[in-house]
Design a protein around this ligand. Structure first.
Ligand code: NAP
Length: 535
């Protein structure tokens, strides 16, 4: 509870969202003596892992890294089953953490925050729920996730369609029985590539509606090797620290000294084969220039296309599955038997690259002049990333200004964390921070630590207001874009730019240099919150 100018707020901090960012915010802030409450629209914790229950949903960061590092006993005690965990295991973990630290009592479920209004005379936020309840808090923490607003494109005739339809990111809580059903999956991104092999095992027939084929690398998931677990846990804190200081905030087997054409064709192919067998995101860092030079990058694309041709039996079908964009200009994907699945008799690729989906009908989806009759459609059509959820709320900062209006031409936030005009408000893994280009757990912990330490600093100095300066925010936004354009992440149409959402301003959203980002944040603090004004 805070008091300033004789105003006492109900809470020190309101946190929106009980995914991994919200859970750790609550744990950390409460630990530091801040009265905190979390509001969560869902009926349980877990965020992404609460909602994305589609068949095949799995994390593509190894379990021993995709977990909290803030508590040594927690990380030693918890036992993961697999090298990469599925949705159910990750959700169990989220629930375990919440119960272990007795956090549930401070989380209000089934409650959506609809507005937050800043009182600039007394430096606090009034936050209102969809039930009309209002609370006041000095600090307002948005732990709303990067991929939490589903994108369902508009299709002609959708209202006529009589079958079932689900978006992957709003999968029902009750079981969905796809056994023997005719199922359509629209999309070929990370989600569809996980769902297609899993659904093909269940469905009578699966139609994969593919507009853009994707590069994907085998994940090689397996039960967690007890020897590797023992070895990592024997030096867990050091291992975490090494990853914290590594590109993308994870263990990378990177070759940052040699360029692609410094080696012979044979040597390079052998290296790519080694990385294909290794799985994970190993290709992005195969050579120093893999992610920045188009010609170098093309050797990866050629290698993966050859793999596809080797896996898919029908040569014409294999060509349809071969991507023709720059590798990693769309988010790289990991799979389990994705291309193999197209050899099954019960799977049909519907190539909509040229004409798209014509329309929905009462019985299914019409494309290329054919009505594909289905019982169920799965929209694996992605998300309004990073800004979608924030722009849906009425967030008013100084002078009653709407965040959505400030961000009309693209999001602006210093360090991707704090927006000028919106004091005491923090976006965890927000646009302009490394967020989706990292191991999210590490990025979340870094941001939450920054916020909690800032609040401690303010309390110690009797300060009640922190705000990003415009003269710091503007260059930051330009820097994020410039840095992005030194890489091939920006070399194509991509949700990193908002290209998947009609009308969304085209701005490159993530900061590509995790290591540089962390150093910058440390420097900001060392220089007494350089770029912020504190009052
Ligand atoms: P996505 O990468 O945005 O893919 C959406 C897919 O839907 C694309 O293939 C897109 O085609 C297609 N699509 C969109 N609108 C369409 C339309 N009108 N007609 C036909 N096709 C359409 O979404 P996602 O697969 O859900 O993945 C989003 C992000 O979530 C990932 O990049 C990743 O960061 C995260 N994720 C992670 C995991 C994991 O950890 N394993 C799993 C799932 C998701 P175009 O390419 O032609 O636009």
């Amino acid at each position: 509870m805070s008091t300033v100018n004789s105003v006492t707020t109900d809470l020190d901090a309101v946190v929106v969202g009980a995914g991994f960012a919200g859970i750790y915010s609550l744990q950390n802030l409460r630990n530091k003596g801040f009265k905190t409450r979390v509001y969560e629209a869902a009926g349980g914790v877990g965020g992404t892992w609460y909602w994305n229950r589609y068949p095949g949903a799995r994390c593509d960061i190894p379990s021993l890294q995709y977990s909290y590092s803030f508590d040594e006993t927690l990380q030693q005690e918890w036992q993961w089953k697999n090298k990469y965990s599925d949705q159910a295991d990750i959700l169990n973990y989220a629930n375990h953490v919440v119960d272990r630290f007795d956090l549930r009592k401070d989380i209000q479920f089934d409650t959506r925050i609809v507005s937050a209004i800043f009182d600039e005379d007394h430096n606090f936020w009034t936050i209102t729920t969809d039930a009309g309840e209002s609370v006041t808090a000095r600090h307002f923490v948005l732990a709303t996730g990067c991929l939490s607003t589903s994108n369902i494109p508009e299709f002609e005739g959708f209202d006529d369609y009589q079958g079932k339809a689900y978006h992957s990111g709003r999968w029902p809580q009750e079981p969905v029985d796809l056994t023997g059903k005719k199922v359509a999956i629209i999309g070929s991104g990370s989600t569809a590539i996980q769902a297609i092999p899993a659904v093909a095992e269940l469905a009578g027939h699966l139609y994969s509606f593919q507009r853009t084929p994707q590069f994907t690398i085998p994940q090689h998931n397996e039960p967690l090797n007890p020897e590797i677990e023992k070895q990592i846990k024997s030096r867990y804190a050091t291992y975490r620290d090494e990853n914290y200081h590594s590109p993308f905030a994870q263990e990378v087997s990177g070759n940052f000294e040699t360029n692609t054409f410094d080696v012979s064709d044979e040597e390079r192919t052998a290296e790519y084969e080694r990385r294909w067998q290794m799985g994970g995101f190993a290709f992005l860092v195969a050579y120093a220039d893999s992610g920045s030079d188009r010609v170098a990058n093309e050797t990866i694309a050629d290698f993966v296309r050859d793999k596809i041709r080797g896996i898919v039996n029908d040569p014409a079908l294999a060509e349809k599955l071969c991507p023709d964009f720059v590798y990693a200009s769309k988010r790289p994907v990991l799979d389990t038997n994705y291309f193999e699945t197209f050899n099954r008799d019960n799977v049909t690729l519907v190539d909509i690259r040229d004409n798209g989906i014509e329309r929905f009908t009462e019985t299914g989806i019409r494309a290329n002049g054919i009505n594909h009759e289905v019982d169920c459609v799965i929209f694996a059509t992605g998300f309004d990333a990073l800004t979608g959820t924030l722009n849906k709320m009425e967030i008013r900062g100084r002078g009653g200004r709407l965040l959505k209006d400030k961000w009309a031409e693209g999001p602006k936030a210093y360090l991707g964390l704090c927006a000028e005009g919106f004091p005491n408000m923090y976006v965890i893994t927000g646009p302009g921070s490394p967020s989706v280009l990292t191991n999210m757990m590490v990025a979340i912990e870094q941001h939450v630590n920054f916020i909690a330490d800032t609040m401690v600093h303010m309390r110690a100095n009797d300060q009640t207001r922190i705000e990003a300066k415009l003269e710091a925010e503007e260059p930051w936004v330009a820097h994020v874009s410039e840095l992005g354009h030194t890489t091939l992440f920006t070399a194509g149409a991509n949700w990193y730019f908002g290209d998947n959402i009609p009308g969304k301003p085209r701005v490159f959203l993530p900061h590509v240099d995790w290591v540089g980002y962390v150093e910058k944040c440390e420097d900001v603090v060392d220089k007494n919150y350089d770029g912020f004004s504190l009052a």
